[in-house]
Design a protein around this ligand. Structure first.
Ligand SMILES: Nc1ncnc2c1ncn2[C@@H]1O[C@H](COP(=O)(O)OP(=O)(O)OP(=O)(O)O)[C@@H](O)[C@H]1O
Length: 462
């Protein structure tokens, strides 16, 4: 403030802006901790009423001096840091209509760490992608991003909240009710998943990390594809860097397409990767366990990426060995020799037995076979899969809620108050946590086939 009681307009503006800046804890009440993923921690939160402004409004003269338009709110979700001051990230709050008390999932990106010291190297590639893509893409079957808050060098993405996910549904059936997922529910789950993937592919976006934990379902029974952190555009088929670009990370091994295992480097028919993963998810919804549950080969001492022999073996145990007459291009794949060196694959346990011990729908079997085409060029696209006859069986997929007509009640998402990570790394201030919520019966094991076992983490690949 200047002497003689004259207000420095810039200081007054900054003071008001700081008072009114939207911070996570001013805008949301944190109800608890949901999960910690590769890139961040996810919290459940409710929207608070907007704070009443106590600061006197800026005078017309000050406003004019600062050229603040009356109608446009100050973009207060963007931090001052130059590195973050990217207009692309400037989300206006309220892009989704939201009311006080509405529930959201807030993903806080992990800061970088050098030794024990937190460092700040700007926004991660994964975070930037997730923000950019979620900001551009709006579809009923994609989880919606409400806003991004940048605060104290941390990034918070506020998503619509989804009470369930495919992994939790599978787990509920395998561990609690011990019955298969009803065919009608399964068909709707898969159809809505394909709708979301078709939308992504129509917008030249590959998801690349489709797995049950990333496919959410709201309490209204709407499937929402989440976690676009690994998604990328594929409109430049042979862009520098080949199939994996600079990030060197791709889908969880159990859902990895054979062409990736065999070393495909370019986006020739890249969308087919996602369709293979959908085949794996379809099979997992049927059998309540991953169909190709391979052990991941780790990086060797030379840090060269190993051939994922066990994963390939697991696929061949169900589909039989690869036949070059069915997939002519396979003999040119970089890892074809490694595949041949595996010797004889174990006795095939072909897909028909696997399928027909679980369902007698020949259309359902046909769809699965077409998703599990070895040759990516012959695999169904999302559009083709959506028009497959199986989706018209038994009343079709018209219901808005995937749960319609089902008597099964799925547990609500488990929320805890133990954010068992490093408090500085990821916790929101514990003093601001809400009183204990009744925890649901939903149990997500930390490891094992249905939990976040070693193979469910992202892994480096060629
Ligand atoms: N919108 C949401 N509503 C409810 N829960 C969510 C939501 N988004 C994410 N989650 C929960 O948080 C978990 C981690 O989220 P996400 O996959 O986006 O993070 P990540 O760091 O990329 O994790 P991962 O490495 O496991 O893929 C999800 O598996 C899900 O259980």
């Amino acid at each position: 403030m200047a002497s003689g009681g004259i207000v420095d307009p810039m200081l007054a503006y900054r003071a008001k802006r700081d008072r009114e800046r939207r911070t996570v804890l001013k805008a949301y009440k944190i109800l608890g901790f949901i999960s910690s993923g590769t890139y961040g921690r996810v919290y459940k939160a409710i929207l608070l009423p907007p704070p009443k402004s106590s600061a006197p409004a800026l005078s017309t003269t000050t406003r004019a001096a600062l050229s603040i338009p009356r109608t446009k709110p100050i973009p207060n979700t963007v931090a001052d840091d130059d590195a973050l001051n990217n207009p692309e990230l400037c989300m206006r709050p309220g892009d989704l209509p939201a009311r006080e008390g509405d529930v959201f999932a807030i993903k806080k990106f992990k800061p970088d760490k050098e030794g024990d010291v937190l460092t700040y190297a700007g926004i991660s590639q994964s975070g930037a992608r997730e923000i950019m893509l979620n900001r551009e893409l709006h579809h009923r079957n994609l989880v919606a991003l409400r806003e991004v808050i940048l605060e104290d060098k941390a990034i918070y993405m506020v998503f619509e909240y989804a009470e369930h996910d495919f992994l939790q549904i599978i787990h509920h059936h395998s561990q609690t009710v011990r019955t298969p997922i009803p065919q009608t529910t399964l068909r709707r789950l898969l159809h809505q998943l394909l709708m979301g993937v078709h939308f992504l592919h129509s917008n030249f976006v590959l998801h690349r990390d489709l797995k049950p934990a990333n496919i959410l379902v709201t309490s209204q029974g709407v499937v929402k594809i989440g976690d676009l952190g690994l998604a990328r555009l594929w409109h430049k088929p042979l862009a520098a860097g080949g199939l994996f670009g600079g990030d060197k990370v791709v889908v969880t091994i159990w859902y990895r397409a054979p062409e990736l295992i065999l070393g495909a480097k370019h986006y020739t028919a890249a969308v087919d990767l996602d369709l293979w993963a959908i085949g794996c998810i379809y099979a997992e919804l049927m059998s309540l366990r991953p169909i190709f549950k391979g052990d991941e080969a780790k990086l060797d001492t030379k840090k060269s990426l190993p051939f994922q022999r066990d994963q390939m073996t697991k696929i061949c145990e169900v589909l039989g060995p690869i036949k070059p007459e069915q997939w002519p291009g396979v003999v040119h794949m970089p890892e074809w020799k490694s595949y041949q060196l595996c010797g004889h694959m174990p006795t095939p346990h072909p897909l028909p037995n696997w399928y027909h011990s679980r369902s007698n729908s020949s259309l359902g079997y046909d769809l699965l076979c077409r998703l599990f085409e070895w040759d990516p060029a012959k695999r169904l696209t999302a559009r083709e899969a959506l028009s497959h006859g199986w989706f018209h069986e038994e009343g079709g997929v018209k219901a808005k809620s995937v749960f319609e007509g089902s008597s099964i009640t799925y547990p609500t998402r488990r929320v805890t108050h133990e954010d068992n990570g490093d408090a500085k790394m990821g916790s929101l201030p514990p003093s601001l946590a809400a009183p204990r919520l009744p925890s649901s019966s939903n149990f997500r094991p930390a490891s094992g086939p249905l939990g976040g076992g070693p193979n469910t983490k992202r892994t480096k690949l060629r």
